[in-house]
Design a protein around this ligand. Sequence first.
Ligand code: ADP
Ligand code: MG
Length: 628
Amino acid sequence: MALLQISEPGQTPNPHERRIAVGIDLGTTHSLVAAVRSGAAECLPDDQGRVILPSVVRYLPDNKRQIGFEALANVAIDPQNTIASVKRLMGRGLYDIGHREKLPYKFVEGEAASGMVSLDTVGGVKSPVEISAEILATLRYRAEDTFNDDLFGAVITVPAYFDDAQRQATKDAAQLAGIKVLRLINEPTAAAIAYGLDNASEGVYAIYDLGGGTFDISILRLTQGVFEVIATGGDSALGGDDFDRALADFISAETGYLPSTASEKAALLVEARRCKEVLSATNNIAFQAVNTQAMGEKSTKSGVFELFREQFVAATQHLTDKTITAVKKALRDAKLSKDEIKGVVMVGGSTRMPHIQQAVADLFGKPPLTNVNPDEVVALGAAIQANQLAGNNGAGDLLLLDVIPLSLGIETMGGLAERIVPRNQTIPTAMAQDFTTYKDGQTALALHVVQGERDLVADCRSLARFELRGIPPMAAGAAKIRVTFTVDADGLLSVAAKELGSGVESQITVKPSYGLSDDQIATMLKDSFSTAQQDMKSRALIEARVDADRMVLATQSALDIDGHLLNADESSVIAASIAALLIAKEAEDAAIVEAATTDLAKATEAFAAMRMNSGIAKALAGKNIETV
Ligand code: ADP
Ligand code: MG
């Protein structure tokens, strides 16, 4: 007894569950979380509608802490316990941090094992991994609240220049935050994915990322849907903050206002940043009042000061030029001319400044891509990738990492292997197919789980066998048995069989890759390619024989019940056809078997009509015509 396939319940079968997978941009200044919802990637807002989470953690006594905006508001008040830009410390030892004397933190040398620097706070000694984990956990809760479900996993972005220690530290932080890392991807790659460049024509792209405190230029080459970083460059101490400082200096020079205390300095910077951001949106003549209380009193000029975009552009020209010089250097490193660049992607809040966009356009001789929100573009690309890695959108995945090396399937009638999960399917995955019974009154069936690319079970690897019992007796083909293959992220396979009418079910779990080396997998694949044609022939023959058997069985069972409807001549014609088919079945040619099966079907056509009429007559017997 075995299975006969009747249908495939579609590309994304019923039992397939959607997994909550997000993309996280763990930024120096800001962090974001995004997910694909109804087909489009979007950033998830907090309960106040803000998508950005300042990457700032403040430690308080008694294990309390503030994260994000709340912590940011206290940077000036409690600098020693309020950690900003922790990303710069990730995976770094004490002596790797060149600017540490400029930072307000109490550094302690890391433990021998990791060597990573730690910070002493009122909440205890904290490593950069722990601090980053606070930010990641906040984003995880945001995602889980949004979807009201557990997070399946995340794609987290890191700068292209991050080394192994920095990448490992990021992974550790995710683990500490209870997040399963589906993959770390480079920030420029994520941005390119958000623009759909992985589907664009192959070629070289430049990603210009000017954030709050860092400038990164990356040159990527796209080949067959995979991005390769061919050069990186930039300046880890150049970003929007420098534009704020330059503008603050300009305002001081113009107004004669020189802040003296730390909080006055901070207030002027905040005001300069506000002006800078407004100047990105308002055209030529932006009018902004610089109006802090302190300035009004101390300024030699009046408290109201008019600022023009040209003044800001001029005051920051040296910073703009610095980024362009770094881009040229990266191009030289990659041995590329600027004409060889197919497209330029703008990333980071600071690329909203029109004069930055203009400088980039002038360099490359074409306008850069700016239509995706530059704060969000990295998180959005990571979300798209996360959605693919979680197996939420079926085929066409790029950059496959965890895939099923050999197809998984089940034995069907005649010793054929029916593939249910194809090779190269990303895991985790769940796929199902429907089967039916072969014989009338069949109440049990044996399931044989196999692995391999060959059509014949005999040529595949046997993984497991189990039985489904308690199927209510039905005519052959009436039962509907759904067989579901589920492979979890660790490659563990569960096969479940369920008769959908009665609900009886049975299942088994196996580890398909167990005991198979890469070489063995390679051999199995090679065998399948070299024997594909031969396999196809034997599959056709076996299928024809299964059809023949089914036809003979069905005819015999009909004869048992309704044979009395036939006269002797009619009976012998059918008997001869059965005999002919049983002989033809032994032929090694599918066409011969199929022809004989068709002959038997023709020979029994009249008999089938008689059975139908007699059935109707029986059903109608004793009934008034009106009640029918
Ligand atoms: P990071 O990647 O370093 O975390 P972001 O990409 O979030 O940083 O960029 C933050 C920077 O972008 C800040 O310096 C901020 O002032 C700047 N920024 C945001 N919006 C604008 C704007 N409209 N015009 C100019 N600069 C902006
Ligand atoms: Mg960034």
